[in-house]
Ligand binder design. Structure first.
Ligand code: ZN
Ligand code: ZN
Length: 147
């Protein structure tokens, strides 16, 4: 009678493939039929664990080695980080918007003041020769339009 020595991989045993349900030899890393990964390695103790187990038989830590679960977790984390950045961005945007509104208001006030000054008629005795000449032309045009 030969006693079967338990080896490290016997923990995995002969288990059906989680994808195609066909049985693979104990310790097989990949399914011989569909080539999907059969083993995952515990992040905490490095133990090879059959894919699909929820707890590591070595250290009893919950396993999250499923590639899809991993990517889901990463996506969740990325989304959370993005949301945090967006929240911060909203404040920055609000500050920038208020700054822009304030700046625009100042520009409008300044322009309005400038235009107002320009519209003020300059007394003829305060005009420089160029302004006087322009004024003369304006007057001639105005007089010429008179019926
Ligand atoms: Zn398979
Ligand atoms: Zn472990």
């Amino acid at each position: 009678m030969t006693a079967v020595e338990p080896n490290a991989t016997s923990l995995v045993g002969q288990r059906p493939c989680p994808k195609c349900a066909r049985v693979n030899p104990a310790g097989a890393e990949r399914c011989a039929h569909c080539h999907c990964h059969l083993l995952v390695y515990c992040k905490h103790c490095g133990e090879a664990v059959f894919r699909g187990e929820s707890l590591c038989p070595g250290c009893r830590e919950p396993l999250r080695h499923h590639p899809l679960a991993d990517s889901d977790e990463m996506v969740q984390k990325a989304r959370a980080e993005l949301a945090r950045v967006h929240r911060r961005m909203r404040w920055v945007q609000l500050a920038l918007f208020l700054g822009a509104v304030l700046g625009a208001a100042l520009v409008v006030i300044k322009l309005a003041n400038t235009d107002f000054d320009r519209l003020k008629p300059v007394p003829r005795d305060q005009m420089n020769p160029v302004e006087k000449a322009k004024d003369d032309v304006d007057r001639q045009v105005f007089e010429g339009r008179k019926p």
